[in-house]
Design a protein around this ligand. Structure first.
Ligand code: NAD
Ligand code: USQ
Length: 396
């Protein structure tokens, strides 16, 4: 199949690109490299030394004989070029990773809020409009987030996207299926909630075939293909804006930095290993909806963990200290989370769980590149409100 990977230079996009190229698909990465520019803006860099996307593609070709095509294009700002590109290449599948994905970055200042909404909503909507206009019947697979649900599950498992509700009407109660009500916890998560409505509209109005993957926090760094060569190494964020909690704890453990638990660490979140994330995308590709179907929604996660339990586990394995910091985010201090993920299990996903070996692998990668870490970039200082900003510890 011919596959367009929008955002294919990123943390999940790059291993997905390699995996699908390895399977013999014709793969095209479309990316504006904004994530690399944001590194420059923030004065941070990936823990792992990343080559340019062109160099990564060259190494892959030398190693495997397979070609990955790269196209520099901004989905949000270059609508006409996007439409022309789709018209020229006519992909069978479009995998859409191309959004600003860090909640703390989206909450930094009003400028970052405006950028995140403009970038994410326009990227998604431009893609929808261009597919309709060009008449291309590609299966769109979007990377959404578990965060659209808002985490607290009132004791009931979070279903895969839809909820059956009973509504009282003058003629008696009626059943209706609705999108699970969203409760985003950041401007970034809010854009993913808005994406859902765009998808619902274009599936119903134009018969676009869309799968939305509500993904949990991705951890790990290597996949089978990124291990094949030093220069195929994946991006690995550790800083207070882009680093996600489990990968941050593993890096902190590697450099002797106390594990930065926000508040009591009572937040329960969904997790998935990067190798499973890539596998899920492959599974979703093989199970495309038909025109006229509702948006297919999968919960792309394999396990849930409480933040303080993760910290305790890593502390026990590595000897790291744990520190409880004022939480810069406005979020429930404690929550439970039960999530349904039966669809991927039924398609054959064999979950990789938090095994000691894989955790140790990440710590080893972090130790190898520890000299690249700027410790002053470890604290999470982006606060959700002005009040919280006053309490954030910049140098804990
Ligand atoms: P990332 O920031 O590493 O990659 C995103 C890529 O998209 C970058 O290469 C960036 O340059 C590109 N991009 C952004 N805006 C663009 C635009 N307007 N035009 C073209 N390219 C653009 O993010 P990631 O961690 O790989 O996440 C990929 C997707 O998966 C995101 O949509 C994110 O919301 C979702 N997701 C990620 C995680 C996670 O833990 N990393 C968890 C759940 C969902
Ligand atoms: N946290 C800490 N210490 C840290 C960092 C985070 O205690 O050093 C806490 C946060 O307060 C939060 C939880 O850990 O309660 C998760 O934070 P995170 O940064 O790992 O995850 P989040 O901001 O939710 O975002 C990440 C990705 C995003 C994706 C989302 C999936 O960046 O793209 O959509 O995970 S989910 O969390 O399921 O919504």
């Amino acid at each position: 199949m011919k596959i367009a990977i929008l955002g294919g230079d990123g943390f999940v996009g790059w291993p997905t690109t390699l995996h699908l190229s390895d399977q013999g698909h014709e793969v095209h990465v479309v990316d504006n490299l904004s994530r690399r520019w944001i590194d420059a803006e923030l004065g941070v860099q990936s823990l792992t030394p990343m080559d340019s996307i062109q160099e990564r593609c060259r190494i892959w070709r030398d190693l495997t004989g397979r070609k990955i095509n790269f196209h520099l294009l901004d989905l949000a700002q270059e609508y006409e070029r996007l439409k022309a590109w789709l018209g020229d290449h006519k992909p069978d599948v479009v995998i859409h990773f191309a959004e600003q994905r860090a909640a703390p970055y989206s909450m930094k200042t009003d400028r970052h809020k405006v950028y995140t909404v403009g970038n994410n909503i326009n990227a998604t909507h431009n893609l929808m409009a261009a597919l309709v206009e060009t008449g291309i019947d590609a299966h769109v697979i979007h990377l959404g987030t578990m965060g659209v649900y808002g985490y607290s599950s009132v004791g009931a498992p979070i279903p895969e996207g839809y909820l059956d509700v009973q509504i009282d009407t003058p003629t008696g109660p009626k059943e209706q299926e609705i999108l699970y009500p969203t409760r985003p916890g950041s401007v970034y998560h809010m854009t993913k909630s808005m994406d859902q409505i765009l998808f619902q509209f274009y599936a119903q109005n134009d018969g676009l075939r869309i799968t939305d993957l509500h993904q949990g926090i991705v951890w790990g760094t290597h996949t089978a293909q990124t291990r094949m060569h030093d220069q195929l190494i994946n991006r690995f964020d550790y800083d207070g804006d882009y680093g996600t909690v489990l990968n941050r704890f593993l890096i902190q453990a590697a450099i002797g930095y106390p594990l930065t638990v926000h508040g009591t660490g009572g937040q329960t979140r969904a997790f998935i290993h990067i190798q499973d994330s890539v596998r899920c995308i492959e599974l979703a590709m093989g199970d495309a909806p038909k025109a006229g179907d509702r948006v297919r929604i999968f919960n792309q996660m394999t396990e849930t963990h409480r933040v303080r339990d993760l910290a305790a586990l890593i502390a026990q394995q590595t000897g790291a200290q744990v520190m409880n910091l004022p939480n810069p985010r406005k979020e429930a201090a404690e929550n439970d989370l039960i999530v349904k993920n039966e669809q991927f299990l039924a398609l054959g996903l064999n979950p990789t769980t938090l095994a000691e070996g894989l955790l140790a692998e990440v710590v080893d990668v972090a130790r190898k590149y520890a000299h690249r870490i700027d410790r002053s970039r470890v604290p999470a200082v982006s606060a959700w409100t002005r009040d919280l900003a006053d309490k954030v510890e910049r140098d804990p």
